[in-house]
Ligand binder design. Structure first.
Ligand SMILES: [Zn+2]
Length: 101
């Protein structure tokens, strides 16, 4: 499941939510999709992560429906490449990407 926010005035989509849209509106509606499929546009490997994480961890940006979303890739590192399709999740307070197909 993936949750994002859409400006009620111009329809621009955001995740995370903004206080104010670039159009000036401060009114957003929440949109929840069961299955959000995006693609990895860039990523990096973190070998010395914050406390509580076991290295290495993979942080990337996924593009989904016009948004560029920062999150953590969870899955086989061998499959992680720019352009692969991933499913986005943010229902448990963190944003993660998992490979599909
Ligand atoms: Zn707007």
């Amino acid at each position: 499941m993936f949750r994002y926010y859409e400006c009620e005035k111009c329809g621009k989509k955001y995740f995370p939510r903004k206080i104010r849209c670039y159009c000036g509106s401060m009114s957003f509606k929440e949109v929840v999709v069961d299955k959000a499929i995006g693609s990895i546009s860039t990523y990096t490997v973190i070998l010395v992560p914050p406390k509580g994480f076991t290295p290495p961890i993979y942080i990337g940006i996924a593009e989904y429906d016009g948004m560029k979303i920062l999150g953590r890739y969870v899955g086989d590192p061998e499959r992680l490449k720019v352009g692969i399709k991933v499913e986005l999740h943010n229902d448990d307070g963190t944003t993660t990407f998992s490979p599909i197909e």
